[in-house]
Design a protein around this ligand. Sequence first.
Ligand code: T4K
Length: 409
Amino acid sequence: MTRQPPSSLALFGGRPCFPEPLHVGRPHPGDAGRLAGRVQEILDRRWFTNNGPLVREFEQRIGELVGVRHCVATANATLALELTLEALKLTGEVVVPAFTFVATAAAVVRRGLRPVFCDVDPRTHQIDLEQAARLITPRTSAILAVHLWGSPCDVTGLEELAGRHGLRLILDAAHAFASEHPRGPVGQFGDAEVFSFHATKFIHSAEGGAVTTNSDSLAEELRLLRNFGFTGLDQVACVGTNAKLSELHAAMGLTSLDELPRLLEINRRNYDAYRAVLGDIPGLRLLEIPSTCRHNRQYIVVTVESPPCPFSRDELVALLWSENILARRYFTPGCHRMPAFQTHVDAAMSLPVTERLCETVLQLPTGSNVTEQAIELIGGIIRAACAQADRVRKRLAQREATMTPGGCR
Ligand code: T4K
């Protein structure tokens, strides 16, 4: 890998700084020997799914880390969200932030509920508690908040709000495994919390999710729903589905969990390196992370204010992609602007903070695949581009004119 910023940017015919694409969420492979050992156990046991011993071990370890009575592992977080909404027997409307991955709102709609989109706080990007309070109507049955970017949202404020109105509180903790709130680890708040262990998460089982809760009855219902509703070999108590995690996925998840401290340390090192290299670039601001509690730092979130940055967010993303740095624009355009949700959205709806963030926020690569040298190089490229901003912008505009739509997600 090149260690110096290139003399010529790829936009002007130089070679891309990174010969291979540098992804935002490149999965950590884990220790191949340990994984192979677990896979061999599965083969020897001839037990591949249906609540096998590795799934139970995975659930136990997550439950202990989070400090809850129950962890119910699932095939992914999207199904975990759907099952949780179903098990809680929600009706009518659910207040949900618009600035989140599509799955949060999709789970609500797929359960036949109406998502009522809420704006977020401009500084933390977490659900705006005051607006959430204003959106509650007699039809509201729950608030589904998100711990965006791994930072805990205001769980105390949300619990009070939900309690005052007799609502359920579900927390989408897809980003927040191993992060902590001053009151304790994420995973123990509200009625239930939902984790994702998708391959792009820093702890992953390739595909996977989990619901954590202290409610015995909710956990029991979730276990039924994820396994067709079976209560015995021939007895079906309810219309369930198949949302089980397989033993192979649990083997990957356990192997990933084995490296939790090291992966937290890598993400911390990368976050600090980004802070050092981006700190003096005008208009770029790294999302602040509270230093008081543990945080997984699995997303490097940068806001681009232009001016003083000479580039818009989208120009910066295009520049980075030309160098094989696959920065992302999560979660543009915001769920409330997605055609899929238009039947649930009033045409006049405006969520100004979400809309602003959808134009200004980007994510940079991190994880075990990204070295400090790579981060220095990313900073060097941005600085080199800023030093010739007019020329770079002109070139980007020429390229834009010749590109087909949808070039970069
Ligand atoms: N709630 C929230 C708040 C979420 O963010 C998510 C998921 C969910 C709920 C639902 O969780 P799950 O049902 O997925 O468990 C990714 C992930 O697919 C998605 O899980 C995640 N959030 C979202 C934020 O990011 P994309 O759109 O980035 O595409 P994807 O998965 O193709 O991966 C991104 C990049 O990573 C790729 O460009 C290539 C690289 N990659 C990906 C995979 C899968 C690899 O290098 N190796 C791989 O195996 O969605």
